[in-house]
Ligand binder design. Structure first.
Ligand SMILES: [Zn+2]
Length: 64
């Protein structure tokens, strides 16, 4: 099985499927990431505040 790892935006840590990050319009992606966080309530989530996430979505916790 090939490594079809998802890519994340280096700028905002969002998981991105297309060629451009829908959140910050960056095209700077990385396949080197660790951890997954589903943020549904950015204002009520300590993780979201720690990662400075302001919109809900699927994020990684660490990106190289
Ligand atoms: Zn982004």
């Amino acid at each position: 099985m090939k490594d079809q790892r998802a890519k994340v935006c280096r700028n905002c840590k969002l998981f991105v499927e297309g060629d451009q990050c829908p959140q910050c319009s960056e095209k700077n992606f990385s396949h080197s990431w660790k951890g997954v966080a589903f943020i549904n309530d950015p204002n009520g989530s300590e993780v979201a505040q720690h990662l400075q996430i302001t919109k809900k979505g699927k994020y990684c916790l660490w990106v190289k």
